[in-house]
Design a protein. Structure first.
Length: 387
């Protein structure tokens, strides 16, 4: 749905502030689209310094756009930012202190909370729950506060807390959606090439990818697995590959900048996303689907229930179940035509629905509906549909 005419002029008058921890390459495509619609009336406020680990993984954006205000360590900028937040027509509130938006909530102004599921169950669980009970619980009972659910399990978690309820809408991360000649893209992929990428940490389960390789080799499949990333499990993974005699079919590349990761995705036939429920979204799924990969994804990652239609545009397996993972990958290795069909359908899902341009345009429609009648039922699926 395109925005045009008088409505665009009306929208350009609206002031929208997006406040979150830090600006990164996954947020930029959406923010650029919002700036294209609203111009100088769109502001992104960054409240924290990015960790060194994230910088090494390529999350930092060296060419920070003019619409970003970084308030870390600067009280004057913080005061300016607070005024912008208080006076904006709409605020999108991501991973930032809820204290910044308390006043506008009290004034009855629209706030769109933007978050993954709170119940990830990890060592910081009780600290996180304190945060949500103290701030989000009270916010979530206010009729002017709505939820942009980043991942399919977020709505379930908040509904179990008894908050937001009928004021939740589907959302996500929207990495750059690259346009390709999809037939050429898929024709140029390396036969039966399998890719895994991310941090080598326990809840992302890179060891499941190595275990998969052991099984596939034992069954006589022709394949090659590439593992892109780094982390504390790296030594363990390499030793596992060596001990199980799959070093000739598994390559460890180390970390790569985001553009090089995308090149690997473009070359690969099959992509593995093996994280458990601690993966609130999992933006590599967007990128792999956009790259025409036949994705095999854990059913517990946040983005799976929004992006994936099993056996239509990707395959799902039961998280942590190696038998289930192996069965899905074997299905693809035995069916080259299915690799191509599923990869093309995945590409279409991103370029036609789950991308920054569609998300920005739909968000403006959502806001208009929330301002006029307090609800939006325009979209049957995708960004800004009911969660």
């Amino acid at each position: 749905m395109l925005l045009h005419g008088i409505w665009i002029l009306k929208l350009r008058i609206m002031k929208l502030v997006f406040v979150s921890n830090y600006f990164n390459h996954h947020q930029r495509p959406f923010c650029d689209e919002m700036f294209n619609i609203l111009g100088d009336n769109f502001i992104f406020i960054s409240t924290e310094k990015m960790s060194e680990e994230r910088k090494k993984l390529g999350y930092s954006d060296k060419n920070t756009p003019a619409y970003v205000i970084d308030i870390t360590g600067d009280e004057k900028k913080r005061d300016v930012a607070q005024s912008l937040i208080n006076n904006a027509d709409v605020v999108i509130a991501g991973s930032a202190s809820s204290k910044l938006i308390r006043k506008r909530i009290a004034f009855g102004k629209i706030v769109l909370h933007y978050a993954e599921r709170p119940f990830k169950i990890k060592p910081s669980f009780f600290r996180r729950m304190y945060h949500y009970v103290r701030f989000r619980f009270t916010d979530g009972l206010k009729k002017n506060v709505f939820m942009l659910c980043t991942g399919g399990f977020a709505a379930l978690d908040y509904r179990n807390l008894g908050i937001y309820n009928d004021r939740m809408y589907k959302w996500g991360y929207f990495p750059a959606a690259i346009k390709y000649d999809v037939d050429e893209l898929i024709n140029n992929k390396t036969h039966n090439s399998i890719l895994w990428c991310g941090r080598f940490i326990d809840w992302k389960h890179p060891d499941d990818a190595v275990r998969l390789a052991v099984r596939l080799k034992a069954s006589g499949y022709d394949f090659h697995l590439t593992m892109v990333g780094s982390g504390y499990m790296e030594k363990e993974l390499k030793e596992m590959a060596e001990a199980n005699d799959v070093s000739d079919t598994v390559t460890f590349t180390g970390s790569m900048p985001p553009n090089m990761v995308r090149r690997k995705m473009e070359e690969s036939s099959i992509f593995l996303q093996t994280s458990d429920r601690q993966e609130g979204w999992g933006a590599v799924l967007n990128e792999a689907m956009n790259s025409g990969c036949a994705v095999v994804a854990s059913n517990e990652i946040g983005s799976a229930s929004y992006l994936v239609r099993h056996k239509e545009n990707a395959l799902l397996y039961e998280s942590g179940n190696i038998d289930s993972l192996t069965a899905q990958v074997e299905y693809l290795l035995r069916n080259s035509a299915e690799q191509r069909r599923i990869g093309a359908a995945a590409y279409n899902t991103i370029t036609e629905l789950w991308n920054a341009r569609i998300a920005a345009e739909r968000l403006m429609i959502l806001i208009e509906k929330l301002q006029s009648c307090g609800a939006c039922d325009v979209f049957p699926d995708g960004p800004c549909s009911r969660a």
